[in-house]
Design a protein around this ligand. Structure first.
Ligand code: HEM
Length: 512
């Protein structure tokens, strides 16, 4: 017994010594950065329980339940300044809404930052390496493979999109009864993104959704929830060890995706036999990502991972964006009227890419909604080596800030988008006219980044904006009256994988 106690004491002493040594090492790295670059420490959020930071995690969970999650960080930033550190789930993290820091992280100094240490492991074995989760050379290769398909899709296949939009419009009641458009929009974009990514729509807007599509959609959502829970748990992920529901869900997802991977590889084989090595010139195959990727790699597992890495950020984001637009318009009839006026002014001209890009009022309404209600409220990056941020150090937060390797820093877009110093005192008001002429501020980058920025900017940005604008115009063409039917006036935000309206977008629409 005595030996056992001695051994325990010895381990304890070694552990404390190693902690003290690590702290000393960190301090000397801080001192070096302070001496060489004038770095000063970041302001600290006063954690009540500073060892593991459970108090912070509790606040986030509570505010999410109360539908106030989206305001937590913006409010903290107003209180503690544009860059502060906090302890959550045993690690010290930094949140910043300083455009200079965001620019350094996402663009000018992007090589110092990555996502793999945070996203890579947490996705396994549901999603392995791919464009959303990798860094360095592997990420560059993955991004290069998808770029051409996204570039072509920018001028989106609107004829095909119209087929799905037509099905959606047919499902909206015309008698003025209440409809929640959010789930309908989710079905629309699920259909179009699955078609774009796999080459086959899951057809969730049709009365008879094929069985494996319905099973896939349900399993994908369950897999996403499982993934989000495990990522949030961080080092406490092991608590989910005995929960097998996640495994059951992602096995179904893999089955569905693998079927399409096999089809894409077979298709490639047929092309090779016929002497063609790509799909150039074949209209119907231009926008299928999986086929494009099968030209570059024939490893079925790599293909499955890459494709899930795209389906993951694609799921729901566009639908949430357009739901939020309707949410705002239903509460601001003045802007629904100006949208109607612009839509009337185009008469029965064909709704092509060029026409869509010229619709200034419609575009301003979408931009303003994305400012106030970004589906992607913040993006995380981990420091891949000791690095320095241009601002956020010292009591005035103007000095440079030393960030040790391994620290996770969140660029908080909602806080930037609702910073009164950038946008003025009316920052929380929905005012699409901000985007009008004579406001050169909007040319300034890094103050408005709903699709992020730098090399890892959302590759789907242009395609999404085209589709959302098209859809909004089609809704406005089809329906003249829009009324809010939600008893709750304010936006109750809820984080699933992205930020969405908990109460959806409940409205009534009346035909022209
Ligand atoms: C309104 C809709 C959307 C918004 C607001 C949005 C926003 C974003 C943001 C903020 C990022 C950066 C994430 C980060 O760096 O951590 C991102 C990345 C990404 N998005 Fe989107 N997205 C949308 C729709 C889509 C769609 C429809 C697709 C695919 C069809 C897509 C594919 C991707 C991919 C593959 C990445 C990772 C890029 C990389 O790391 O290189 N997104 N998106």
């Amino acid at each position: 017994m005595a030996h056992f106690l001695e051994a325990v004491c010895l381990v304890g002493v070694f552990y404390l010594l190693s902690l003290a040594f690590k702290a000393w090492l960190l301090r000397s790295r801080f001192n070096k950065a302070a001496g060489e670059h004038g770095c000063k420490p970041a302001k600290r959020y006063p954690n009540l329980e500073p060892f593991l930071g459970f108090d912070f995690f509790r606040i986030l969970t509570r505010e999410n339940k109360l539908g106030r999650r989206s305001r937590v960080f913006p409010n903290l930033h107003r209180k503690y300044g544009d860059t502060f550190s906090y302890k959550a789930l045993s690690s010290r993290r930094i949140s910043t809404c300083n455009p200079k820091n965001i620019q350094a992280i996402l663009a000018t100094n992007a090589d110092d930052w990555g996502v793999e240490p945070i996203r890579g492991g947490s996705g396994e074995p549901f999603i392995g390496g791919g464009v959303f989760m990798q860094d360095g050379q592997k990420w560059k290769q993955a991004r290069a493979i998808i770029r051409p398909t996204f570039n072509r899709a920018e001028i989106a296949d609107l004829e095909n999109f119209e087929v799905h939009v037509g099905r959606l419009l047919a499902l909206i009641p015309r008698d003025g009864s209440t409809v929640d458009l959010q789930p309908l929009f989710k079905r629309l974009f699920l259909d179009t993104s699955s078609e774009f990514i796999f080459g086959q729509s899951v057809e969730s807007l049709l009365p008879e959704t094929p069985f494996d599509s319905a099973e896939f959609t349900e399993a994908f959502d369950a897999s996403l929830i499982g993934l989000t829970e495990r990522s949030r748990a961080g080092p406490f992920r092991f608590l989910y060890y005995f929960d097998k529901s996640w495994e059951r869900a992602y096995i179904k997802v893999h089955k569905f995706v693998d079927k399409h991977v096999r089809a894409a590889l077979q298709h490639r084989g047929i092309l090779e036999k016929s002497g063609k090595h790509d799909n150039n010139g074949e209209k119907e195959e231009k926008h299928i990502l999986l086929r494009q990727m099968a030209q570059e790699t024939q490893d079925p597992l790599a293909l499955r991972n890459q494709i899930l890495n795209i389906f993951f950020p694609a799921r729901d984001t566009s639908a949430i964006a357009i739901s939020n637009v309707i949410f705002m318009l239903a509460r601001h009839p003045k802007y629904w009227a100006s949208l109607q006026a612009e839509v009337n002014s185009i008469g029965d001209q064909a709704l092509n890419f060029e026409l869509i890009r010229s619709l200034e009022v419609t575009k301003a309404i979408i931009k303003e909604t994305l400012r106030l209600r970004s589906p992607a409220s913040m993006v995380p990056r981990v420091a891949l080596k000791d690095t320095i941020l241009p601002a956020g150090g010292g009591p005035d937060q103007l000095s440079t800030l030393f960030v040790p390797k391994g620290t996770v820093v969140f660029s908080n877009f909602v806080a930037v988008h609702t910073d009164p110093e950038i946008w003025g005192d009316d920052v929380l008001e929905f005012k699409p006219e901000r985007w009008g002429e004579g406001r050169p501020l909007w040319e300034a980058k890094w103050q408005y980044e709903p699709f992020s920025g730098g090399a890892r900017i959302c590759p789907a940005q242009q395609m999404v904006l085209t589709q959302v604008t098209y859809l909004l115009v089609r809704v406005a063409q089809e329906f003249k009256g829009l009324e809010n039917r939600d008893e709750v006036e304010e936006y109750v935000g809820e984080i699933k994988a992205t930020m969405q309206s908990r109460n959806g977008a409940k409205v009534s629409l009346t035909p022209a």
